[in-house]
Design a protein around this ligand. Structure first.
Ligand code: HEC
Length: 176
């Protein structure tokens, strides 16, 4: 009895697939994990936002691929130590919150003296932080030389607020 041609080809296909499948198993797989997503619960307090912001800066935000905190000398990127102090006076009329938001949403609007443009738009691909994530990052940046004031409800120019909210608006938002 002869085995039909099609059955022989089928068997060969199966054997080949199984063989490559087996070899594939033997090769160690390098797992590339995307940066961990940090879940932002809507009830986070300002104090809760600070460590979340720090984590976002180290992970999804990629901030520390360029920035340092507390490094001196000839740097390619501005060191962020004490940045909240500078943020309050960089641009007349802009609060630290507004300036820090601008530095992420519209990085080329103000170029720190002695540095070149080139900071990515943090709310756009590939980094694409959400408005809430950026608020957490602002909370952390405020601890560098200042006291965090933002909450998850703080508005600024880039998330639906205006530069100078009416008196009595959410604390920390806009000019202070
Ligand atoms: C590819 C490199 C790069 C990455 C990534 C990057 N930055 Fe920057 N950043 C720069 C450069 C260059 C400047 C200076 C030029 C300018 O003012 O835009 C700057 C400026 C700043 C300033 C202004 C500092 C000051 O003294 O006024 C802040 C604040 C800042 N970055 C925060 C961040 C945060 C937060 C992140 C992550 C969410 C981040 N940066 C990611 C390159 C980067």
């Amino acid at each position: 009895m002869t085995v039909p041609h099609s059955v022989r080809i089928g068997a060969l296909v199966l054997a080949t697939t199984a063989f490559y499948g087996y070899v594939g198993q033997l090769v160690p797989q390098k797992e590339v994990q995307p940066p961990p997503e940090v879940a932002i619960r809507s009830d986070l307090t300002t104090a809760d936002m600070v460590p979340v912001g720090r984590e976002i800066m180290a992970g999804k935000g990629l901030c520390f691929t360029c920035h340092t905190i507390g490094k001196t000398g000839a740097l390619r990127f501005p060191d962020l130590e004490g940045v909240d102090v500078r943020a309050k006076s960089r641009i007349p009329g802009l609060s630290d919150v507004e300036y820090l938001a601008q530095s992420m949403y519209e990085p080329d609007a103000y170029i720190v003296q002695g540095f070149n443009p080139g900071m990515p738009h943090i709310n756009q691909p590939p980094i694409s932080l959400t408005d809430q994530e950026i608020l957490c990052v602002i909370a952390y940046l405020q601890t560098l030389g200042g006291t965090p004031t933002v909450t998850l409800r703080t508005t600024h120019r880039y998330n639906g607020g205006t530069a100078a909210p009416a008196p009595g608006a959410a604390p920390g938002g806009g000019a202070r």
